[in-house]
Design a protein around this ligand. Structure first.
Ligand SMILES: [Zn+2]
Length: 76
């Protein structure tokens, strides 16, 4: 199902899908078995990214909530 134009031939026959990091524009390699909604990390800037699309691979920055806040709330 993966349709990619492999302009870079690394010698292997395996096509590695890549997305673009919205934060730093780096190519982020995504596992071929990665599903939509899974998280990957940008190797360049370390930003947590969520896979929002697979064909082509689209990545979105995971908005981190303020982890500094106390999350001891028991009420829902
Ligand atoms: Zn990045």
């Amino acid at each position: 199902m993966w349709v990619y134009r492999c302009l870079n031939n690394f010698g292997g026959g395996k096509e590695v899908p890549t997305g673009t990091c919205p934060e730093c524009d780096a190519d982020v390699h995504v596992d071929t078995d990665t599903d939509k909604g899974e998280s990957v990390s940008c190797e360049e800037c370390g930003t947590d990214l969520e896979v929002v699309g697979l064909d082509p691979v689209e990545l979105d920055i995971v908005e981190e909530e303020d982890l500094d806040d106390d999350e001891d709330e028991d009420e829902f």
